[in-house]
Write a protein that binds this ligand. Structure first.
Ligand code: PGA
Length: 257
């Protein structure tokens, strides 16, 4: 089996208007070359109103640049004001969809149950879910593990029989947008725990692990230690530092130094 390419996921959040997203996409050719050279993939996740802009810009870069959504309704279509039907993501050629992001949990009523429902529907439609989990405070390890097990429990129940691939992104809430990152040992221990849980509960699925939370030009140097010590790491979910193609390029290059 071919190794899965390392993923850099650019989460634009609500930081870019369609005009700004269009400007970012002017750099597609250079970003595609970089990704090809590194044998990596870049998943661009704009806000909903810009999905079509990215979709159109990526038509010629199907291999290394891919489209992701930042969220979806818990249904293919339906009465969910303000949310995006999963069938729209299919129509717009989304390969990935982030669900359970801590900002969605905090501001948009995302719950562990809605994450589980969305993950199952996305998998059925061939869209790879990027499921975000992580502790709210910089708590002790055993509390943190309990929090993650609780977040994932409905997913395990709903998707026990599913096949296909999903990504679980470990994103400590306290590390998002703060410039703080956990120690390498901390990330490794959480990864090992998530792996133990997924091997036990969703063993028929391919589960890849991501790290997210203040990944930047300055933190990547330290995070590089994960590469040596953690073959489980399959990519990064990047917020602020993904907004400028130049910053993103620096991170990618530094990762492969
Ligand atoms: P950040 O955001 O890189 O700005 O910390 C990451 C995320 O929220 O996914």
């Amino acid at each position: 089996m071919l190794a899965t390419p390392f993923l850099f996921i650019a989460n634009f959040k609500a930081q870019k208007t369609p005009g700004k997203t269009h400007e970012f996409m002017q750099h597609s050719a250079r970003l595609n070359d970089l990704m090809q050279e590194m044998h990596a993939n870049l998943v661009i996740c704009p806000s909903a109103e810009s999905l079509e802009i990215v979709h159109n810009a990526l038509r010629q870069y199907k291999n290394n640049l891919l489209l992701g959504a930042q969220g979806c309704a818990p249904a293919l279509t339906g009465a969910f004001t303000g949310q995006i039907p999963i069938l729209s993501l299919v129509e717009l050629g989304c390969s990935y969809c982030i669900i359970g992001h801590s900002e969605e949990r905090e501001y948009a009523g995302e719950t562990d149950t809605s994450v589980a429902i969305k993950a199952a529907l996305l998998l059925d439609q061939g869209i790879i879910p990027i499921i975000c989990v992580g502790e709210t405070h910089n708590d002790d390890m055993s509390k943190l593990k309990d929090e993650i097990a609780t977040q994932l429990a409905p997913l395990f129940e709903n998707s026990a029989q599913k096949t296909g691939r999903c990504y679980i992104a470990y994103e400590p809430r306290w590390a998002i947008g703060t410039g703080k990152t956990p120690s390498i040992a901390h990330i490794q221990e959480v990864f090992a725990y998530i792996k133990e849980l997924t091997n036990r509960h969703i063993s028929s699925m391919i589960v890849n692990l991501l790290y997210g939370g203040s990944v930047s030009e300055s933190s990547i140097d330290n995070l590089r230690l994960l590469k040596k010590n953690n073959p489980e790491l399959s990519g990064f979910l990047i917020g602020n530092a993904s907004l400028e193609p130049q910053n993103l390029t620096k991170i990618v290059k530094l990762w492969y130094v």
